[in-house]
Design a protein around this ligand. Sequence first.
Ligand code: ADP
Ligand code: MG
Length: 686
Amino acid sequence: MRSDALNPLFAEVDTLDGVGTKLKKPLDRLGLTRVKDVAYHLPERFVSRRAVQNLDEAGEGEQIVIALTPTEHRASRNQRGPYRVLAQDAVGNVLALTYFGRASYNAKKQLPVGEKRWVAGKLERYGDMLQIVHPDHVLEEGGESLGHLCEPVYRLSEGLTQPLIGKLVAQALERLPDLSEWIEPSQLDAQQWPNWRDALHLAHRGEHEAARDRLAYDEMLANALALMLVRADNRKRQGQPLHGDGRLRDKLALPFPLTGAQTRSIAEIEGDLAQQSPMLRLLQGDVGAGKTVVALEAMLIAVEAGAQAALLAPTELLARQHYETLRRMAAPTGANIAILTGRDKGKAREATLMGLMDGSIDIVVGTHALFQDQVAYRDLALVVIDEQHRFGVSQRLMLASKGKRTPHVLAMTATPIPRTLTLAQYGELDVSKLDELPPGRQPIDTRVVGIERLDEVVSGIARHIEGGGQAYWVCPMVRDSEEGDTAAAEARFAALRERFGDDVAMVHGQLASELKDAAMERFVSGDAKLLVATTVIEVGVDVPNATLMVIEQAERFGLAQLHQLRGRVGRGSEKSVCLLLRSGELSETSRARLALMRETQDGFRLAEEDLRLRGGGELLGTRQSGDAPFQLATLEQITRLLPVAHDDACLLVERDGGLDGERGNAARVLLYLLERDFGVRTLRGG
Ligand code: ADP
Ligand code: MG
């Protein structure tokens, strides 16, 4: 049960004064739906501004507060142009206060001509005019107090302003209850951290490292604790020991011998499966290392032991492909393999559900539809999760209860996660590594090419296709916008069709599923020669005959992602080429990043470099998707404090045997506060 003390924090955001239907939407867009979310909406940065008598005292780019008198309002002639209010300072200098879009409504009310106002904002130059765009504050009086002040700057969405959100934060902070301390007192002393409530107050007030550290530590402690409880619970659970007799695996007619790393990983998995306590193992192997075969062998062990296995894929596309591949490879074994995704409907779906229930289906491949309530298994004993980094933490660990007993779990990833981060995501976990690529792979020839050479690139593709090859064309990533990605792909597709006609196919996330399938099928069968795609092909897609890839606006992608994408080629013994198209002007960093792509094919090195350059976001999952284990903790804090939090959680669980005792109870509150209560649930044996 959640402690009552937390109720005010979990109240809906509209219980704050001033939040009605109008504000709810923009708050929603920021993910601020409850009072607690507002309290934890920490400033992105702080500004300190200077009060100046007149503009001669201020420098361009400076944050200032100044008294101004509006002289004229100028609406722009066209709809989209800015709205300007001209104003004079005390000595007659003229300045424009510039507003875009709906912000001009406020300007009209707040800045009547001829009346003095205090204005705070950043002084800029536009042409030969000084201006402040969207001032942070416009006040009738009391402006002096805005100077010398260190003020928080919050992330906003349209419809919100800094003062508005500032007021909501203040209210939310007032509602913080007094909570007992969950951090070890000696730790708190040594670090000189404030208590939880003070830490939140301080973090909103200024750059306060100790406060930020403490809040980040809370998050890491909660996470470590939850994972540890889940893991301890997992060990206690009754799994199903699976002993395969090899009768199906012997019939597998693989077209290649397994690599040493594959054989070793399979043996490690086989050892785990034979145990009573459920396996929780991560299989790490760079793109193209051959994880699918390992998964197949593991699933066949389960089938040999008379049970069922499921393979969970992050996308429909990948699920379909795995289904085809596994069916082809496993045909000689006679194992019955089915597919189940959100799209499979009607009779076919009914038949699959029946087969899973009566046990006539041995292996099922699918998306998260595999774990919906209506899906019942006769005896699900092994769950393989492909490209695990695409799934949320709780999803990964909570798959549990579908079988009669807790199934064994094998999570596969191509992302070489450094140990600190593995710890963050899974707690302690057994790891198998495919550190050896199948023989005969040639390095991918990677080149960086300017977009101005587009015509040459297209001609190159034409030659490649004439020679019997196939190619991918990956379209630019438009930041945080699936529609943008789609538009870019559609446009490129249209252009390339002019040249290549029916040889071109296209896939992107917003295409109707039948069209997606049809396009993929045409490409896999070799009927289509060129596949224009968004990053939907990033994971798993395997067409060995495609040996040329073009990635447009490559500088927009993260290194780890480029590496994944590039991993779609170089999958056979043919020489492969990857062209990174870059747009005109590149920053120093972008240049260096693309150069590194050219230089190395070592996924681990690229991932680490990505971490260094961009922070942990990409490896840890996107923050917005709710996938990331941490909202507050930065990569630097994770590196520095996670091991401490981990040890602390260990002590707490082992010494108190769970979450009893005074500090244990406080920690329980923390788990609810930071919504890691799936950890608590395991305590109740749920
Ligand atoms: P990933 O680890 O990226 O999931 P896949 O399982 O898709 O890699 O395998 C990549 C390609 O390598 C596939 O075409 C697969 O058939 C092939 N492959 C896998 N294992 C071997 C091996 N031991 N020898 C040769 N080719 C292999
Ligand atoms: Mg794969």
